[in-house]
Design a protein around this ligand. Sequence first.
Ligand code: GCW
Length: 681
Amino acid sequence: AEDGYQLWLRYAALPQAEATALSRQAGRVLLPPKAGAMAQAAADELERGIAGLSGRKPVRGSTWQGPAVVLALPGQWSALQLLDADLKALREGGYVLRTMTAGGQRVTVIGAASERGLLYGSFAWLRALQTGADVARLDQRAEPKFVWRMLNHWDNLDRTVERGYAGQSIWNWWELPDMRSTRYRDYARANASLGINGVVLNNVNSKPEVLASDWLPKVAAIAEELRPYGQKVFLSVRFSSPKELGGLPNSDPANPAVRAWWQAKVDEVYRLIPDFGGFLVKANSEGQPGPHDYGRTHAEGAAPMADALRPHGGLLVWRAFVYSEADATDRAKQAYQQFVPWDGQFASNVVVQVKNGAIDFQPREPFHPMFGAMPKTQLGMEFQITKEYLGFATHLAYLGPMYEEVLRADTHQPGGNGPATVARILDGSFYGDGRVTMMAGVANVGSERNWSGSHFDQANWYVFGRMAWDPELKSDAIAREWVQQTFSVPQPARESIVQMMQGSREAVVNYMTPLGLHHLMATSHHYGPGLWVSELARPEWNPVYYHRADKSGIGFDRSARGSQAVSQYAPAVAARWGQPATTEPELLLWFHHLPWDYKLPSGQALWPGLIAHYDLGVQQVAAMRARWAQLQGVIDPERFADVAARLKAQERDAQWWRDASIAYFQSVNGLPLPAGVKPPA
Ligand code: GCW
């Protein structure tokens, strides 16, 4: 039964002719003589994949005879000497795939400078087999563009998951370290297939106990499970741990006892886990403790942990998702204000992790103004995979186009080489100075049989990983790869699914937050509409704070006339978004408060134009449903039915969003429903 457990690693049988050719070409897998754990893991996966695709399990060996798939490190196979220089030149994790004749044999070489590259290369070769590459004439070379490609789990120690929609946490803390679910390995395989090399195990809203001496062996057990698949474990730690766990009078970073506590704790962690990755910290945000509690800056707050980690090669990831009620003028401005003045003051092993936009994982946000604004600080990307604000695992929304939109955006920041896109700033190519680069995604993985709560949400894990490997990859190409590996269906059906995925995020934008509206989701759970005044005391947790709709108009004025948030962008961008006429309609109400009769570029007035977007969103979901219905009998019944049920709920919810939003806005603007509104083309 297709319950989705195997994700995109199903290795469904190829058509007969291709299967026969494959088993002829890949009947043997050759491992280098001194293969370590990652090379063994690579060979295991090759065996699994070749067996599934060709119907015949290959033989494992180390002698050069007959056609084979050869795992090659420099200097290990005399027949491949000529490749050595190429292999040595590869970046950590990079690989070459090449079909060639060597030592009198026709071989498929998976070559790399290190075992990590063999692991990634093996998965890449299996992907190539399934996505129509001509494997008889293969010649590929690839390297990861980011040093760190990370998942952030928001998993609590009691196995609940903050913003998780896929069941309990996969980490069974109670049973660890003695019992180890086989899921850990399968999870690690899925990550390795994408090149993910770091996993933060627990929620950024952290508990001090995660660092307790009797908890750490559990962490060490997970590290052991993930290690053969090239992933280091990280922990989210609580800033106030020295006081709360260590019993110190305070957690002030300037207190020598606090520094000493961090050092001793970190040393203890590394005694248990010699390749421990490091810490992730959420400080002074949403009630979490932090350096501001002691009048210190984020850079000062990060120093004790960074200093403790550095001798061990550990990384400190410090989040920039900070805002407090103290300044309620514009939440969107706070992170920039709290970080940019301290550019250059973070240690060399610190990455400041910035959400893609300045509010919070909305269906659409302009790129965060910090990107490119801190040239002397290593900034990392934080995307959310789990869709807290895009209908959870119920609504189908493929996030590839959203990630792509952010990564391609041009910040117009000065001080580097070539285009200043978000991707090039983050992956270091803009600065060209060998910085520690990172892309993180808030995981959507849980203990549901299909891992992500819905089948299509697996694609969001997949696309995140692929773009963390290479931010220049295109969302539609990645969707195509994913579909081909995940569903064994003929080409027209595959293309239909890809089309459905590609349009799905824009549909959500249309029925939830069109024209730059944002954060209109109901209080705390963030699922359905809640545009009206909520009970919450904090103004910036109230949707009315964001849409500012009244009799005269709608939108958040962030121009020079309003909160001046636009001034945080480079001058060219600030000029463009500072005027309604030059702001793209997609972001109009993010930056401007406009009268209801403001004329949109489409020629329509704002009020009917807004309504048209809501209508369009509903129609787009209906069209997705119709497309999916046509695949009945083509897709296996189990997955067909699950997706169909979710699309039905999504259509109902889209109507709910439309109707609730229009009714609410009517209640403040008193305008009638325009007659005969046509959706924009
Ligand atoms: O998106 C918001 C969420 C919180 C989350 C916070 C954060 C982990 O609603 O649940 O807390 O962001 O990113 O820290």
